[in-house]
Design a protein around this ligand. Structure first.
Ligand code: ADP
Ligand code: MG
Length: 359
């Protein structure tokens, strides 16, 4: 895969904190790549390194094969949409967008007519054609987000970095902006690298989704593949859809704190491993009704979270682990649950993913 942007072995330390630890990442041409990482995992640091606001301690950043180290931010051809928009409050919408053209050091545009034309086409692109004259205090949060995007796009960057761009918006608006961001990117054919702490945002937006954990990329894959086949516990953990049970392989199953659980592949005894079981693949029944010889484990029902189309139920196993089970309103599998009662939980072996290696 030809990468327009490539990070090779990038390490960034702050004193004793290793924010990025030998990270490799390729952002392909003409792609929406979303990067999912917890708060404090180094997402902003990564974008700042790419944009040139910081340099790595080790490793390289390459754009179309050229090393970017030492190249100042305004010469990198990389756009940055900041987390809190960072608009100039005293300038109009149009002047905020034009700013990037008027004051950049290289390729500055002197012709007022051209500035007006390019500003207007950037505003058209983000759906703000008629808002140029407004003050940035006279528009909504979603519109401010679009101004921030237009201000970046007007300079025609080769790659656009977006730092949690939807974080400041309410849920309805966030869903709408997701569609718009994808549509805008498809029209422009530039690559977007969008970092977020939200797994739904990352999966909805990304053609490709990368998971950042412990300063490295845990996995990069298509959204559907990542969600259904995480390749390690760190990736699974970030999807917020997988229970992870550590144990040791024994006689064709995994011996865990909750008992012997089925696995779907032959693995040598005594191999340490972790079993991932998706929230929506666990079935629940009364302990008296477990079919004979059916692998199961027992857990106490704590509480449930009803959110409309789905219910998320929380169980506590005797060793204290929390197990989450997701039920869909349109296709319910779970019986009526009583808080404090013990239930039998089970899943088919093929529903689980085995991650070899100790926890
Ligand atoms: P995220 O954007 O994923 O929340 P950041 O990239 O902001 O994470 O931070 C990653 C880690 O690096 C955190 O532990 C943070 O405290 C640390 N860090 C980031 N910037 C600095 C800085 N300028 N000085 C010291 N520590 C920093
Ligand atoms: Mg951040």
């Amino acid at each position: 895969m030809i990468g327009v942007l490539k990070l090779v072995g990038v390490t960034r330390r702050y004193g004793n904190v290793v924010a990025l630890d030998g990270l490799d990442l390729t952002v392909p041409d003409d792609t929406y790549l979303s990067l999912l990482g917890a708060s404090g995992s180094g997402k902003t640091t990564l974008l700042r390194l790419i944009a040139g606001y910081e340099e790595p301690n080790e490793g390289q950043v390459l754009l179309n094969g050229d090393r970017l180290d030492g190249v100042p931010p305004h010469r990198r051809d990389i756009g940055f949409v900041f987390q809190n928009f960072a608009l100039f409050p005293h300038l109009s919408v149009a002047e905020n967008v034009a700013f990037g053209l008027r004051y950049r050091e290289t390729g500055r545009i002197e012709s007022e007519a051209e500035i007006r034309e390019r500003t207007q086409s950037a505003l058209d692109l983000v759906g703000l054609a008629d808002f140029g004259h407004r003050g940035v205090g006279e528009i909504s949060g979603g519109q401010r987000q679009r101004v921030a995007l237009a201000r970046t796009l007007v300079t025609e960057p080769r790659v656009v970095l977006l730092d949690e761009p939807l974080g400041a918006l309410d849920a309805n608006l966030r869903a709408r902006m997701c569609d718009e961001l994808r549509a805008i990117r498809e029209r422009l054919k530039v690559s977007f690298l969008h970092v977020t702490g939200s797994e739904t945002e990352a999966l909805t937006l990304g053609d490709t989704v990368a998971v950042l954990a412990d300063g490295k990329i845990a996995q990069v894959d298509g959204a559907r593949t990542l969600f259904t086949q995480p390749s390690n516990p760190a990736a699974a953990h970030h999807l917020n859809a997988w229970n992870i049970l550590p144990g040791v392989v024994e006689g064709g199953g995994l011996r865990t704190a909750v008992g012997l659980l089925p696995i779907n592949e032959p693995v040598a005894d005594r191999t340490p491993a972790q079993l991932g079981v998706r929230f929506d693949r666990i079935d629940v029944c009364d302990p008296a009704e477990v079919p004979e010889a059916h692998d199961h484990f027992e857990a106490v029902y704590l509480t449930g979270e009803f959110n409309g189309p789905t219910t998320l139920s929380f169980f506590r196993t005797p060793d204290g682990s929390l197990i989450q089970v997701l039920d869909h309103l349109s296709d319910p599998r779970l019986p009526a649950l009583k808080e404090g009662r013990t239930y039998a939980l089970h899943f088919p072996p093929e529903a689980a993913v085995l991650f070899k290696g100790a926890a």
